[in-house]
Design a protein around this ligand. Structure first.
Ligand code: HAM
Length: 420
């Protein structure tokens, strides 16, 4: 063991389990790639103000959880706590919205950082795959994103997840509701911290998990009763499109989400096998974010799915993904001459698209066969001096144990045929 360990709240991805993480990322990305979303990658850190303005000064993410630092040159940066503000910043910077083809549809995959109290499913470094559709106000776009996330989870075999759906209203109706809610909350018995919240972020109090708070919230004004006609009609259409697509969801009037940029549609994917960190993904519409970070009006919608929690959800449902074989053929040379010949053969196999590996480090037959077993290879290629003299290599079927000599000149084809 080294003197060092992975920092608190982080963990390493190690084979073979790391293969599951890769497969999850690919499964989430596949429906996006198939639906007109282009890949975008942005830096791991950004100007700190992008997040304080975008995600919101009053959110836990910005006020408590952001890894913010000053560079030697005096620039204030932050490790990205989420992807939406960065992706929108990059799209604006590249003028993607001016190319006359709205919405700009983008997907991304990467690491995010939040200084949270670590627990199962909650890490300080975690991984998301996300999608943003920038520059269009169309309920079909909100529905598309929810349908694609549902498709991604289903393609992984997940079944015990639920989709919670809400509308947070827009700049017309939400302020009216906010006032009404603040009036209601100010009359309650709440601790100092929560009282402060009434003034800066009252909607988040609806989300408070404590019984003592929840009890007092019975009878609180609900946003549903304050939605303006435009927001109501928009939300109704999202709901109808989801139903028509066969996607089941639950209306959750208390779903607020922890980021300030949301307007209208908000949703969360929760998994029932995960305990307290049950949100596997979430997102919504953010019609005002572009203006908040200095851009033009660009109504947009998106989501991010947590890769770490999706892996935990697979475990909770006992789903074992069928991962592509890492090694199909493992070569075991006996002697110097065989080493050269089999190394050349492995190179040829790889160039022909066969996953092949080689026994390195001059191991004897026993040690090399152990490596072959561990590699999970379907076939082992063994050759010694006598085989080479006869122009053959021995192809051992690792399942049946059967061994057949194959002509060296024809080995690549013979192996490909067997693997097909
Ligand atoms: P979020 O709900 O903060 O949304 O994060 C999305 C997902 O990332 C969560 O549902 C969860 O699975 C995962 N996640 C968040 N924090 C952690 C953590 N500390 N440890 C492990 N997993 C975590 C956003 O980030 C928005 N940017 C989503 C979005 C995109 N909205 C519009 N477009």
């Amino acid at each position: 063991m080294s003197t060092f360990q992975a920092p608190k709240g982080t963990y390493d991805l190690i084979p073979p389990k790391s293969g599951v993480t890769l497969a999850v990322r690919e499964a989430i990305a596949a429906p996006l790639k198939n639906s007109g979303y282009g890949y975008i990658e942005t830096p791991g850190f950004e100007n700190v103000e992008l997040f304080s303005r975008g995600v919101g000064e009053s959110t836990d993410i910005v006020s408590k959880e952001m890894y913010a630092f000053e560079t030697k040159g005096g620039t204030k940066l932050a490790l990205r706590p989420e992807g939406t503000a960065s992706v929108l910043r990059a799209a604006l910077q590249a003028n993607l919205h001016k190319l006359g083809n709205l919405p700009v549809k983008l997907w991304y995959s990467g690491s995010y950082y939040r200084y949270e109290r670590p627990q199962a499913g909650r890490y300080r470094h975690f991984s998301q795959v996300g999608a943003e559709a920038i520059g269009a106000e169309d309920p079909a776009l909100d529905a598309e994103l929810i349908i694609l996330a549902d498709q991604a989870y289903r393609s992984l075999g997940l079944r015990q997840f639920r989709i919670l759906l809400n509308s947070l209203g827009d700049k017309e109706c939400r302020p009216v509701y906010r006032d009404a809610l603040q009036g209601f909350l100010r009359a309650l018995e709440l601790d100092e911290d929560t009282r402060r919240r009434i003034e800066i972020n009252p909607l988040r109090i609806l989300d408070d998990k404590r019984d003592a708070v929840q009890k007092q919230l019975a009878g609180a004004p609900m946003l549903r009763d304050y939605l303006c006609d435009a927001c109501k009609a928009y939300h109704e259409e999202v709901r109808e499109l989801l139903t028509a697509a066969g996607v089941t969801y639950e209306d959750d009037e208390k779903l607020v989400r922890g980021l300030d940029y949301y307007t209208r549609t908000t949703f969360e994917f929760v998994h029932d096998g995960l305990g307290s960190q049950s949100a596997v993904g979430g997102g919504g519409r953010y019609d005002g974010l572009s203006e908040m970070i200095g851009g033009p009006a660009l109504p947009s919608v998106g989501w991010a799915l947590g890769v770490d929690r999706t892996v935990l959800a697979l475990e909770a449902e006992g789903i074992e993904l069928e991962l592509p074989a890492t090694t199909s053929v493992f070569a075991v040379p006996l002697g110097e001459e065989a080493r050269r010949v089999l190394f050349a053969l492995v190179t040829e196999l790889r160039r022909a698209g066969v996953a092949a590996d080689f026994s390195y480090g001059g191991k004897g037959l026993k040690g090399a066969m152990k490596s072959a077993n561990r590699s999970g290879a379907r076939y082992t290629l063994v050759a010694g001096e006598r085989d080479l003299a006869e122009g053959v290599v021995q192809l051992k079927d690792m399942e049946s144990g059967e061994q057949t000599p194959v002509a060296l000149v024809d080995a690549v084809n013979a192996i490909r045929e067997r693997l097909a």
